[in-house]
Design a protein around this ligand. Structure first.
Ligand SMILES: Cc1ncc(COP(=O)(O)O)c(C=O)c1O
Length: 369
């Protein structure tokens, strides 16, 4: 397979009505807000069994909106994982709050109630477990902790839409769930996001913050100095089409994941991300730690060697403590640092073929010394 084209790390797949619905939105001239936004929110709520879904311009603004809805700001501390995509930490800084980094579990790469509890102070105003790569954090213990200290839990579900924990959908267990529909995600609208909650008062505050503090009943009256975090009708049209094909997306992503597990599990030099038995994960990216003794060339060289074989891979996220220029206070997260240096994630998307997965897996195994 050496003449083959590059196998991308991710690829947005279009399954049916995306073009049709976008054309409908265009023809209707409803290209900012419009009926597709309302339908996308309704479909999302129905699927997730939540009372309220608010579409946002992306997964970052979804987190920002949750923070604003909860009234977080300067002087507050928000606990986030030391190893994860840093949107939740960055949004904390953007509202003048302090991100406090909890270490992750060496196998699941998710934060635990134990690591979170060590970070709680009298200034802690939110806990943000991130369901990294499609795994789901141990929500029962994290929610009990939140309850014990009276701290709300915001689930960053950008990478785990449709993953389940004890049968419950990721994003629906905390006070708020946030999601991303960026091009690599489980469903995509190009850029886009969603916030879900069952709390009506919180929903109302987030509605205002999403759109300049304006309530529809009074044009140009600002209740508060809000933002513009709205999703367009064109993007929502795509979201509606993607939701229609969710079953196919899930089953094809699961096929891809199972094939990787069949080929790569049980090898003592590769440590696949561990999904606890109570988690039914829909991996956003199949990822593993490379045993440093078996790959003495180092993870970053392995990424390059894979690229030379026409396979695009990605490194793990940088642990917060490795980015002191942004997070000067990040420390005491040794597992995050170790995981960060060893993780590689492999191409993961629903139309990835079995023979491509075989090629990717055998290439990776062949790089072991
Ligand atoms: C865990 C996590 N949170 C938030 C985001 C931000 O989402 P977006 O790119 O839609 O702003 C991402 C994006 O990749 C993510 O992986």
């Amino acid at each position: 397979m050496t003449d083959m084209e590059l196998i991308p790390w991710a690829k947005p797949d279009l399954w049916g009505n995306e073009g049709k619905y976008i054309a409908e939105a265009l023809e209707s001239t409803w290209i900012s807000g419009g009926p597709f936004v309302e339908k996308f929110e309704k479909d999302f709520s129905e699927y997730s069994h939540v009372r309220f879904s608010l579409a946002t311009s992306n997964g970052t603004t979804a987190i920002h909106l949750a923070y604003l809805g909860l009234g977080l700001g300067p002087g507050d501390e928000i606990i986030v994982p030391g190893f994860a995509f840093m949107a939740a930490a960055n949004m904390a800084l953007n509202i003048g709050a302090q991100p406090v980094f909890a270490d992750v579990d060496p196998d699941t790469w998710c934060v635990t109630a134990e690591s979170i509890e060590k970070c709680i102070t009298k200034h802690t105003k939110a806990i943000v477990p991130i369901h990294t790569y499609g795994n789901v954090c141990d929500m029962d213990s994290i929610l009990s902790l939140g309850k014990k200290y009276g701290i709300p839990v915001i689930e960053d579900t950008a990478e785990a839409f449709t993953s389940r924990y004890k049968g419950k959908l990721a994003g629906t267990m905390g006070l708020v769930g946030t999601y991303s529909f960026q091009a690599t995600k489980v469903i995509t609208t190009g850029e886009g996001g969603m916030v879900t909650t069952d709390d009506e008062a919180l929903r109302d505050r987030m509605v205002m913050h999403r759109s300049h503090g304006m309530l529809r009943k009074t044009f140009y009256w600002h209740e508060l100095p809000g933002q513009n975090f709205r999703l367009t009708n064109l993007q929502a049209a795509m979201g509606v089409a993607q939701m229609e094909k969710l079953d196919t997306i899930i089953s094809e992503r699961k096929r891809v994941c199972s094939k990787y597990i069949e080929l790569l599990s049980g090898l003592d030099f590769l440590h696949l991300q561990v999904f606890p038995t109570e988690v039914d994960a829909l991996p956003w990216a199949v990822a593993m730690r490379l045993d440093p003794a078996a790959f003495p060339q180092g993870r970053d060289t392995v990424l390059q060697q894979m690229r030379e074989k026409n396979i695009e891979t990605r490194p793990g996220f940088y642990a917060a403590s490795l980015m002191k220029h942004i997070y000067p206070d990040a420390s005491n997260i040794p597992v995050s640092e170790e995981v960060s240096k060893q993780v590689i994630s492999l191409p993961t998307f629903p139309t990835l073929k079995d023979d491509q997965i075989e090629y990717i897996s055998s290439t990776l195994i062949g790089l072991k010394k």
